[in-house]
Design a protein around this ligand. Structure first.
Ligand SMILES: Nc1ncnc2c1ncn2[C@@H]1O[C@H](COP(=O)(O)OP(=O)(O)OP(=O)(O)O)[C@@H](O)[C@H]1O
Ligand SMILES: [Mg+2]
Length: 914
């Protein structure tokens, strides 16, 4: 009977009632023994009774390092071939092992997304409830998958119910917190039982009941265990026996279990220990074998344990409670425990159990230098790495190293271990990689290890060491390793950016700009690096974009795992206003969804989000930047990129007209004081923010700081001198303002991307006041030719404002009307509000409130509408464009409204005729 849980039970019943209609997340959090599992079980029954498909799993204390252990428990019984097709194919890796063909080192994002698709597929036939108990022991990749699914579950019928102990002491607490932070989530905190409920549970008279409550704090588990012990000890629950409670409860509860087991046969004690070592839910024959008993004896012994309420009454052996397992386990002396784990591993291996099961045992077994042990641990580590769980990979590999491996394999183990540690930003990684480089004979493999180490040195701000290593390693490479050689050269070229003391001559960069590129991916890699560098050192947008396109040509860079230069080259296209950037993002997305990492996905979200901000697609920019934040958290990327996101999100809010939100966003990260990329974008956003807040002195100072730290070439995407000019303009210092704005325009023209030139012209035209009309007109023409509707709207608005100031209200109306319409498409509230005010002041009225027709569609709306017109279902569109079905719906709804379509059937006609 469940006491005092009416509130919890009605919440759980409500979950079961509504699971068929909408997704929810419910967490039951509380200390050991408070009754979480009981509540979860009751909820499962309620859900099943209502036709909700429930899948169930439970975290195990020994199994926290097993990549996707929980996900496997959840889906193993339901997953069939058909469910693992299409977008879910990469999830085969989880169920069928790494042989399934996802071909990269870290496929963390691809696998996660595939698991989401699998969940969608399973939920197709009936609403789904995923129940995970003991979440505090859930492995990290499974937890990430749950977070990812929950984030996308709106509009699906997928609910999650979890049970967890208080999170403070657990490894992946931040991920569980992520789950509960979801807007769909609620958390229940079951309370200890009251004195009267405690008395009811224990039975007996009032005085004894009250004393039991005091002794146990009303914890149901302690009360239940106390009752069992009273029964076996033959103590009646009466006032006269209250003194007994001092020895039996509450800390004694643990010991009481051992006392209970002590009264049973020797065989029963052996079975209890073997079960504790193998973990809950192990089949009896294996437990029997480990306990050294035949099956008949084991069955009898297990029966004794069930009657003593130590083991649960079920076919596979399991303790009635994880705390009891822990008591029995910890009662085994440590060295015996280690040997038992070793025997367990050997038995599992003889039964051809899964690598995961064997590895779980081996981690706790003594070291003996066995080759097979190293094999198993290495294989499990590989699975963890590909799932994006470098921490568990490092655990397995450290254990493999301690085994130790045979001399000829040591290098490979160290390489893998150092690689995992590098991802964890652990300094141990450097030492391990260094030793690996000494040991590995195969030159290409040694080179790869050296590259990993060198890249780590660059990022940990030891660029000179990185350059020395890069030179040495490049010299040893075989002829054909051109990509590696190029990567080493790229380290030398970029070291100064990270504080390297040796300057790189301009000729060295120039050498990689020559077109056509020599054959091979190495030349493309260096072209990508050179294009990015050139963009900030006097190249023109056309030249740089041509070079970047050559670097991206054929996509062999990204397919070869060179994501950083691929993203850099694409950023060059963005800065050059080239629409080819979209093709690159699409290619990267396809790649990351089939075999890519969480890190790569976050880089794509960030950079594409930035592009959309520049172009004025604010809603979509915001949504991508938010994806980026989530991916940074899930990818444990140590906050790299958060500063950029804050700067850009602040931009989105500002353009929308929400200065307060923009200010809050900028303050999410501490002000960066270095000369990093992050600092550059942050200062830029901060300067614009200060201008918008009319804090002109501060804006002037901040923008000046930007120029000082980053020089003038940053005009192409962080126009500090334009900010300075505007600040000076408002401070009444016209001449200085004009001179700075004119300088900025020269740099912008040398670059030549239309949106960049338009912006510089707009600022110059503004600060020139009455003399600026020509520049403003040119700004409008320039912006019209750029992909940025936002810059176009701003140019028109500024021109209209200037015309009105010049006493030409009639001429002002048309640009203002256009500015308003464009700003509304962008949802750029700030520009729209300004244009509207000016328009009324100029005696005009908005013609219609919104732009209509094809022009009004954002590129994403257009893409979705085109696919819908061609007859694709929302779900197919969502899968093809890698967005959620909800996003597709949203785009379609907007497209219908803007095109005046009543439904899908009208789309085709409207898209071609408009
Ligand atoms: N409200 C209740 N009324 C009566 N018995 C209860 C109640 N809640 C829990 N129990 C009993 O107390 C014991 C412990 O409950 P349960 O296993 O659900 O705890 P838990 O919170 O899951 O603990 P853990 O964190 O260790 O997993 C069980 O035997 C259960 O049947
Ligand atoms: Mg429990």
């Amino acid at each position: 009977m469940l006491l005092e849980r009416d509130g919890e039970m009605s919440a759980l019943q409500a979950l079961a009632d509504t699971a068929a209609e909408r997704s929810q997340v419910l967490l039951v959090e509380g200390p050991a023994g408070i009754g979480k599992t009981r509540l979860l079980t009751a909820a499962r029954e309620a859900a099943n009774a209502r036709g909700v498909h429930t899948l169930h799993a439970r975290g195990g204390e020994l199994e926290q390092g097993l990549a996707f252990g929980i996900i496997r428990q959840l889906f193993e019984a339901t997953v069939q071939d058909a469910l693992l097709e299409g977008g879910a194919a990469a999830a085969r890796e989880v169920f069928e092992g790494p042989a399934s063909g996802v071909g990269s080192e870290d496929a963390s994002f691809a696998i996660l997304h595939a698991l989401y698709r699998l969940t969608v597929n399973v939920a197709e036939s009936a609403p789904l409830l995923l129940v995970v108990d003991d979440l505090q022991w859930c492995d990290e990749p499974s937890l990430r998958a749950l977070c990812y699914v929950v984030r996308r579950s709106e509009g699906l019928r997928v609910s999650v119910l979890g049970g967890t102990r208080p999170l403070e002491h657990f490894q992946h607490a931040h991920l569980i917190a992520e789950l509960t932070r979801d807007p769909l989530a609620t958390t229940l905190h079951p309370r200890p039982l009251s004195a009267s409920a405690s008395a009811a549970l224990i039975g007996g008279d009032e005085a004894f009941g009250r004393a039991s409550h005091d002794a146990t704090g009303g914890n149901p588990l302690l009360l239940v265990e106390l009752a069992k012990t009273l029964r076996t000890e033959g103590v009646a629950p009466e006032a006269g026996n209250v003194g007994v409670l001092d020895t039996l409860a509450p800390r004694a509860a643990a010991r009481a279990v051992l006392v209970r087991i002590g009264r049973l046969s020797r065989a029963a004690a052996e079975i209890a220990r073997a079960t504790a070592v193998l973990g809950d839910d192990t089949a009896l024959p294996l437990v029997a074998q480990l306990a050294g008993l035949d099956d008949a004896a084991a069955v009898a012994a297990a029966g004794e344990l069930v009657r003593a309420e130590v083991l649960a009454d079920q076919a596979a052996l399991a303790f009635v409670h994880p705390l009891i397992r822990a008591v029995v386990y910890e009662d085994i002396p440590a060295h015996e425990r280690a040997l038992a784990h070793e025997r367990a591993a050997t038995l599992l291996r003889a039964r051809s159990a899964s690598t995961s099961a064997i590895a779980t045992q081996l981690v706790h077994a003594p070291e003996r230098g066995e080759a097979w042990v190293v094999d198993v641990l290495e294989e499990e580590a590989r699975a963890a790495s590909r799932a994006g769980a470098p921490a568990s990979a490092a655990t397995y590999l450290s254990r493999a190293l301690a085994e130790p491996p045979a001399a000829e394999r040591r290098g490979a183990v160290l390489f893998a271990l150092g690689g995992a540690e590098r991802l964890l930003h652990s300094h141990l990684g450097d030492g391990h990689l260094r030793e690996a480089i000494e040991l590995i004979d195969e030159p290409a493999v040694r080179g790869t290890a050296a590259l990993l180490l060198a890249e780590g040195l660059v990022f940990s701000r030891r660029p000179d060491d990185a350059v020395a290593l890069a030179r040495r390693s490049a010299a040893e490479l075989p002829e054909e390793a051109d990509l590696l050689r190029a990567a080493f050269e790229a380290i030398e070229l970029t070291a100064p950016i990270f504080g390297g003391s040796e300057p790189v001559s301009p000729e060295r960069f120039a050498a990689h700009r020559r077109l056509p590129l020599p054959p091979g991916s190495g030349a493309k890699l260096l072209a990508a690096v050179a294009a990015y560098q050139w963009a900030f050192s006097g190249g023109s947008a056309d030249e740089c974009a041509t070079l970047a396109l050559a670097a991206l040509n054929g996509w062999d860079l990204v397919r070869g795992g060179r994501q950083v230069p691929s993203v850099s080259a694409t950023m060059v296209l963005v800065l050059a206003d080239r629409r080819e950037a979209d093709a690159a993002w699409d290619e990267f997305l396809a790649q990351v969804h089939t075999s890519g990492s969480m890190w790569f996905k976050s880089a794509i979200s960030l950079c594409r989000g930035y592009m959309l901000l520049r172009n004025g697609e604010l809603a979509e920019s915001e949504s991508l930047l938010h994806d980026g934040i989530e991916e940074l958290i899930l990818g444990e990327a140590q906050g790299v990129g958060r500063g950029e996101i804050a700067s850009w999100l602040a931009g989105v809010h500002r353009e929308r007209g929400d200065l307060a939100a923009a200010r809050r966003e900028l303050e999410v990260v501490p002000e960066p004081t270095d000369a990093s990329q992050t600092a550059r974008y942050w200062l830029d956003s901060q300067a614009e923010q200060l201008l918008a807040e009319e804090r002109f002195e501060d804006a002037l100072r901040t923008a000046g700081d930007g120029v000082e730290r980053f020089g003038a070439m940053t005009a192409i995407d962080t126009p500090f001198r334009s900010h300075q000019a505007l600040a000076l303009h408002h401070l009444g210092r016209r001449d200085e303002a004009v001179s700075l704005a004119a300088d900025e325009l020269r740099t912008a023209r040398a670059w030549g991307a239309p949106s960049v030139v338009a912006r510089a012209l707009r600022v110059l035209g503004t600060v020139e006041r009455a003399d600026g009309l020509d520049h403003l007109e040119e700004a409008v023409a320039c912006a019209a030719a750029s992909p940025s509707r936002l810059e176009h709207a701003k140019a028109l608005g500024t021109l209209g404002t200037a015309l009105r100031a010049a006493q030409r209200p009639t001429d002002a109306r048309d640009p203002l009307r256009q500015a308003l319409a464009l700003a509304e498409v962008c949802e750029a509230g700030a520009v729209a509000a300004h244009a509207r005010t000016e328009l009324y002041a100029a005696g005009g009225r908005p013609r219609t409130t919104a732009l209509q027709g094809l022009d009004a569609l954002t590129p994403s709306e257009l893409r979705v509408a085109e696919r819908a017109a061609a007859g694709q279902t929302n779900r197919a569109i969502a899968e093809a464009l890698f967005v959620t079905p909800k996003t597709v719906e949203l785009h379609l709804r907007n497209a219908y409204r803007k095109l005046g379509a009543k439904g899908r059937q009208d789309l085709a006609g409207l898209l071609t005729t408009v």
